[in-house]
Ligand binder design. Structure first.
Ligand SMILES: [Mn+2]
Length: 349
């Protein structure tokens, strides 16, 4: 179990987000509460999860949740706890409810939340293996979709095809809503697939991911159909050069903002700076977006060995087209390892 220095003989913590609960116990559930105390940890789950949790949860005694408030009060009193720290993320209603009903001081605690996200950002070997397995599934779906894409198929059909193949190859579920946008629509970084039919001369940007053991993968490829104009080729190669520069630059100890700069500087030099409107990357794990963020603003946080981050610069020309290329990188002491194997040279179908 991760040691969290915020927990003392008098102070306990309650973990309420599914990802942190899963991270700390190895057990996935949509609802549950993990109480961390110096005297031992208790995982409260309802009847849907009780038996499964008893079989597979680690580092916590599993308790059938009958009346959470009275069970927590009892447990806190038994352990002589006077203060309960709660993760702060998105769980305001849970916090308000416990604050009024528990017999101890209830405190939303940002440092606890931040610490867990930092601990989770550095992946163990088994976590990396799950991410890679998920990524290989996405790549198989990508190779398949290259045979499926042609003038006349719609963006929705491309997205559905990718999701079906990922699932067929073993993905538990899509890691996020699949993006497949073409032509003018590809200038919207997070556009939603429509009934628009692919035409010759279109770029198609596909951003998709699989999940294995709860761990996400994330990749983006942009391909052309029929032909690519000189401008399309120039923009594509600029994004590719920016992306490769990030891969060449990233290593443990590098500021997150400098990882972003490795992409941004290449794109700015090529004259497309104003058309790169998002961060260069983000951590990936049990959540599709987690720490650390590779953005110009994140200028005090350094990369650590074992973190898995995306490398996804893009250029989006309004009313024309967009290009994004995304891999996942494992940060290492003296560099990084690209966990994504799919080719990146411009493919014209
Ligand atoms: Mn991403």
């Amino acid at each position: 179990m991760t040691t969290l220095r915020y927990i003392t003989n008098k102070t306990a913590a309650l973990i309420i987000t599914p990802e942190n609960r899963r991270y700390l116990t190895g057990f996935p559930s949509s609802l549950g509460y993990l109480l961390l105390t110096n005297g031992g940890n208790k995982l409260f789950v309802d009847g849907r999860y009780f038996e499964a949790a008893q079989k597979s949860a680690v580092d916590a005694e599993v308790v059938l949740m009958t009346n959470l408030v009275s069970q927590l009060n009892e447990e806190l009193e038994k352990n002589g706890i006077g203060k309960l720290l709660i993760e702060t993320k998105n769980e305001i209603s849970v916090f308000q409810n416990l604050k009024t009903k528990l017999n101890v001081k209830v405190v939303p605690h940002q440092p606890l939340t931040d610490k867990l996200s930092l601990v989770r950002s550095v992946k163990k070997r088994t976590e990396i293996e799950s991410i890679i397995e998920a990524q290989r599934i996405s790549e198989k779906a990508f190779y398949d979709v290259l045979d499926f894409i042609k003038a006349g198929v719609t963006e929705k059909e491309i997205a559905a095809f990718l999701e079906y193949r990922m699932k067929l190859y073993g993905s538990q579920k899509a890691a996020f809503e699949t993006i497949a946008v073409s032509g003018e629509n590809s200038s919207m970084p997070h556009g939603v697939p429509t009934n628009k039919k692919v035409e010759n001369g279109d770029f198609i940007t596909m951003d998709f991911g699989s999940t294995i053991n709860g761990y996400c993968s994330d990749m983006t490829r942009t391909v052309a159909v029929g032909f690519a104009t000189d401008e399309m080729g120039q923009v594509y190669n600029t994004v590719l050069k920016a992306q490769q520069n990030v891969q060449n630059t990233i290593k443990a100890g590098l500021l997150c903002s400098d990882a972003d700069k490795a992409a941004r500087s290449v794109i700015e030099t090529a004259g497309y700076g104003e058309y790169f409107c998002h961060s260069t990357g983000h951590g990936v794990g049990l959540e599709i977006h987690e720490a650390p963020t590779l953005s110009p603003k994140n200028n005090e946080v350094k990369l650590r060995a074992g973190q898995v981050v995306t490398n996804e610069p893009g250029i989006y020309l309004p009313k024309k087209f967009g290009v994004r290329i995304e891999d996942m990188l494992q940060v290492q002491k003296n560099g990084c390892k690209n966990l994504t194997k799919a080719p990146k040279d411009l493919i014209i179908l």
